[in-house]
Design a protein around this ligand. Sequence first.
Ligand code: NAD
Length: 516
Amino acid sequence: MTTPYRHEPFTDFSLKENQEAFKKALKTVNKEWLGKEYPLIINGERITTDAKIVSYNPAKKDEVIGSVSKATKELAEKAIEAAATAFETWRYTKAEERANILFRAAASIRRKKHEFSALLVKEAGKPWKEADADTAEAIDFLEYYARQMIELANGKPINSREGEYNQYIYTPTGVTVSIPPWNFLFAIMAGITVAPLVSGNTVVLKPASATPIIAALFVDVLEEAGVPKGVINFVPGSGSEVGDTLVDHPKTSIITFTGSREVGTRIFERAAVVQPGQQHLKQVIAEMGGKDTIIVDKDGDVELAAQSIFTSAFGFAGQKCSAGSRAVVHADVYDAVVERVVEITEEQITGNPESHSTYMGPVIDAASYEKIMGYIEIGKEEGRLVSGGTGDDSKGFFIQPTIFADVDAEAKIMQEEIFGPVLAFSKVASFDEALQVANNTEYGLTGAVITNNRAHIERAKQEFHVGNLYFNRNCTGAIVGYHPFGGFKMSGTDSKAGGPDYLTLHMNAKTVSETY
Ligand code: NAD
């Protein structure tokens, strides 16, 4: 019997002993974990290539976190073949056996929890709290999906009748290509790897090129926990070259992707093409971008609104699909809310995330830096700059949290995903207008409403079209098993990671009817 699921607690960094423990972990990672090389893994075999993907610290751009070998098209094909062969045995293993591997892997991560989080600080520039939450979420995915698989092992109840015994069971689908983003470099990477695995599929994991080291370490954890050779294959490589090969391969059955709208729609389209020799339709799970809104109603609590907007916009420098990059505020409280958000923002420190006092670290790389700074220039034309607006990429990719007020609802910075620390305020005259503005993008991922009006809460439940809707809090920070996560419209296939229906997306439901 397993214990009931409970999410992994966050570390309380206000306690001195936790601060000391985390500093020690950072020291260990700095001294012992950095600068290593990791091979590809295909059918359990370690393969080293001359070409490498090097992972750098975005806060100290010359510091190397580590490097991974880089797969070619041929190696990517070899990985799919290995996964296809391994599927023929792995698919028949017992659900409980597969779940136990995930429990062991979770225990193993827990033993080095701060070290893993410290690596996230280094590899993605996450402040302590964000890194700690990312590791906790990775553990949560393992614990949650393992339990869900045990529950699904006997299928779901259907009716039988006299002389006829009927069953509704789930069977594994096949080779899964897992393609994670860099922003939740541990949690999403782990989640989209173990969900197919525990459901009896074999996996080819292509990590994000900015953050391959945590992925290499995670694959080691899975192997140590008992994942057999060929069941997990690790093939870092260029998204366009290796990515297309993996997606197009006729033996690929599932593609589980989290990332941008641009790449997600490309994968969706390519996966629809039936290749020569392919005997099935591919299943695509694509979780994509967001342009998420916080509405503040006229009777909303100003302090709560300001804190919620600030946290949603600037947590992990706005590099979350759920980041609240648009605040739509009723005219009655607009000035007060803008003023308070600016105040809170300007009290915070942007800098090296290795320091406990840092609220916001760098953005991920040079390309992101340039893109975000470009949006800030656009913002200067489209709105009134009330805070930030500058960047410094001399040592790392640092951008001040930036706030624009009085932005038109149709403006570029109100419509396009910036994926950086840029917040736009729009003023509205009514709750109707607020809902209309909130729904006016092509995305539908998260949203929040700050209000004390019960009728408005009920209306928003029906009329605010997002996959994750929150009241009187921030629009980020979904927790596995508590806030199943995924979006509508161009935010993706609404697969609801960390939710009760997630694993069934990785399996074929089979009806079995036996006549006595
Ligand atoms: P990205 O689309 O650039 O890359 C995601 C992954 O796709 C990477 O591993 C990349 O190497 C790979 N890739 C690139 N080209 C490919 C191709 N042609 N074929 C196959 N794979 C390819 O996204 P990113 O910059 O890593 O992440 C940021 C984006 O992810 C944002 O848009 C954000 O909103 C989104 N995101 C969404 C969610 C969600 O749950 N909806 C969660 C996190 C991030």
